[in-house]
Design a binder for this molecule. Structure first.
Ligand code: ADP
Ligand code: MG
Ligand code: MG
Length: 254
């Protein structure tokens, strides 16, 4: 089952080309990692998948579970099963985390034609899912992300994922700024949520997270394209030798 198929995708930001012919196929049950130097277009790609309005797709196609993703609005993409854990999660003062999660969760239920859960039933569900990220229930009463530590924000994202059960979870630099304990908790959450029927796309500059969430495929991205793909050993090679060799190999082949 193909979850995501990206063919020759090109995109611009403020008229500047950023994605320059990106190809990627992700099947159900797979964990993919995209690695690459800063400025390669990794975050741009993830935001385009999520439907961020700042980016203009200028060519190519993106098929998500048989649907033309590019025709869907941002919210429709989320409802269709794409989840993007943001690099810098937003704070929403005055809205409790519990209410925030419940609204998001219920909009997905409604979309599936299911009845919304009331506060009490939802609380039971969240409390069960809190375990995925080893979070304390007191967390639910605080304002969304306000005063959360970096690790708490990341855990909160994984909690959102645990509730929404996306078909494609995209984690952009989820490892950045995490200490080793928080990294392990986040990785453990991602591993628990990875199922045969869904897929995970991890975007990371560093190999570190991939010690804990082992990818089936690793792709090297540079200058808006995927230069090279391989198995988990490619991440180790990149860690060891940097990105330059992959760029040189690619340029030599042109
Ligand atoms: P990465 O995540 O691989 O570090 P990005 O996707 O963040 O790369 O950025 C790729 C390029 O696109 C960079 O040159 C960056 O400056 C540019 N870019 C990304 N978003 C914007 C934006 N909103 N406005 C202008 N330039 C942008
Ligand atoms: Mg960057
Ligand atoms: Mg980035």
């Amino acid at each position: 089952d193909i979850i995501l198929s990206v063919k020759n995708l090109t995109a611009t930001v403020e008229e500047t080309p950023i994605l320059k012919g990106l190809n990627l196929e992700i099947k159900a049950g797979e964990i993919h990692a995209i690695m690459g130097p800063n400025g390669s277009g990794k975050s741009t790609f993830s935001k385009i998948l999520a439907g961020h309005p700042d980016y203009e797709v200028t060519g190519g196609e993106v098929i998500f579970q048989g649907q033309n993703l590019l025709e869907l609005e941002t919210q429709e993409r989320a409802l269709a099963g794409i989840f993007l854990a943001f690099q810098y999660p937003i704070e929403i003062p005055g809205v409790s985390n519990l209410d925030f999660l419940r609204v998001a969760y219920n909009s997905h239920r409604k979309h599936k034609g299911l009845e919304e859960l009331d506060t009490f039933d939802f609380e039971d569900l969240v409390e069960e899912r809190l375990d995925v990220v080893k979070m304390d229930a007191s967390f639910l009463n605080r304002s969304v992300n306000e005063g959360f530590s970096g690790g708490e924000k990341k855990r909160n994202e994984i909690l959102q994922m645990a509730l929404l059960e996306p078909s494609l979870a995209i984690l952009d630099e989820t490892d950045s700024g995490l200490d080793i304990d928080a990294l392990k908790i986040v990785a453990n959450g991602v591993n628990q949520l990875a199922k045969p029927e869904n897929a995970t796309l991890m975007i990371t500059h560093y190999q570190r997270l991939l010690n804990y969430v082992v990818p089936d495929f690793v792709h090297v991205m540079y200058d808006g394209k995927i230069l090279q793909s391989g198995g988990k050993e490619l991440a180790l090679k990149l860690e060891d030798r940097g990105y330059d060799w992959a760029i040189e190999e690619h340029e030599a082949a042109l």
